[in-house]
Design a protein around this ligand. Structure first.
Ligand code: PEP
Ligand code: MN
Length: 339
């Protein structure tokens, strides 16, 4: 349930509500909106006497949350959540469409630094690149691990780009958080609940990719795990789902972008690279994603896609990225956004 405070409530009144909610065995989340402060009280409410809270000084009303996800829902927080990718860096979820680009995997120092320079020069705000790679085959390249993280940090020092990189395991959360600005939880780990809790217990923003067979509700409940663990900076990412279609690596479900905007306050970006699996489909799907209301894109860009160690068939080169950005700027303007 949501405890809606009166507009002029005092800090003491708010503290008192939080105390009572917690005494009732519920978890409380204070959400400061532009007009109202609300306390989302989450947990098993069977034994809770709502009347006791409703009568407290400073409380306006109690509203029951109908959706299974609570703190990720727009019922709890009306305004869009805006997330800073770095403490003084770009904001995701505001007017500007955030472009995060870089190779599928960090392969070597030169590859990464050259790509970072190109991404920066073309107008990107984030640098992606996997140091720990979730690979279907144990015989495929698994990533450079900590060495890859070091190259990412060096690229940030040179360009100022926010580093977005995947964390595969609970045991790696501290290590990855030491180097990254944003921790990515990949599609294969969307329901790794221990990992969701672990990234929720650290402070860096989390990029949560939709599982390839996850429904919207499961996706938002996964985000809810992270928020409930203490980290409300969750960026959702639609990256396509598995369907009967075999030609495309995944089916990019852009419907979800608009649907998420309706039911949740969290920002959502789109990955047109894994969402399609083909270089030539990255541009049209990027344009479509921005038109559909995405707050940003995460795209695989490689200096020499043909020779990429991973995902060679879907990465775009620097020129293709530059051309894409020009077209995207026009679509962004058409939907009242900036690039
Ligand atoms: C990736 O972004 O490198 C990746 C592995 O993506 P996904 O988890 O969406 O498959
Ligand atoms: Mn990839």
């Amino acid at each position: 349930m949501i405890v809606v405070m009166q507009p002029d409530n005092t800090k003491e009144q708010l503290d008192h509500v939080v105390k009572l909610v917690e005494e009732m065995g519920l978890t409380s989340h204070i959400i400061y909106g532009t007009n109202r402060t609300v306390v989302a009280a989450v947990g098993d409410k069977r034994m809770v006497d709502k009347g006791a809270i409703e009568n407290l000084p400073g409380v306006e009303k109690i509203v029951l949350i109908l959706s299974p996800y609570k703190v990720a829902s727009r019922e709890v927080k009306h305004e869009n959540t805006i997330i800073k990718l770095q403490p003084n860096g770009a904001q995701l979820g505001a007017e500007r469409i955030c472009m995060i680009a870089g190779p599928c995997s960090v392969e070597d120092r030169r590859q990464l630094l050259d790509t970072a320079a190109a991404v920066k020069e073309t107008g990107g705000v984030g640098l992606r690149g996997g140091a720990f790679k979730p690979r279907t085959s144990p015989y495929s390249f698994q990533g450079l691990a900590e060495k890859g993280l070091e190259y990412l940090a060096e690229a940030r020092a040179q360009t100022g780009l926010a580093v977005v990189t995947e964390v595969l395991a609970v045991a790696h959360v501290d290590l990855v958080a030491r180097y990254a600005d944003v921790l990515q939880v990949g599609a294969r780990n969307m329901q790794n609940f221990m990992l969701l809790k672990a990234v929720g217990e650290q402070e860096k923003p989390v990029l949560l990719k939709r599982g390839m067979s996850a429904t919207m509700e499961e996706f938002l409940l996964a985000a809810e795990y992270i928020i409930n663990a203490g980290n409300s900076n969750v960026i959702l990412c639609e990256r396509g789902i598995r369907t009967f279609e075999e030609y495309c690596r995944n089916t990019l479900a852009l419907t979800l972008v608009a649907a998420i905007k309706r039911v949740s306050h969290l920002p959502i970006i789109v990955d047109p690279t894994h969402g399609t699996g083909h270089t030539y489909l990255v541009e049209p799907m990027s344009l479509a994603a921005v038109a559909a209301g995405a707050d940003g894109l995460i795209i695989e860009v490689h200096p020499d896609p043909e020779h990429a160690l991973t995902d060679a068939g879907q990465q775009i080169d620097f020129n293709q990225f530059r051309n894409l950005m020009k077209k995207l700027a026009r679509v962004a303007r058409a939907v009242d956004r900036e690039l």
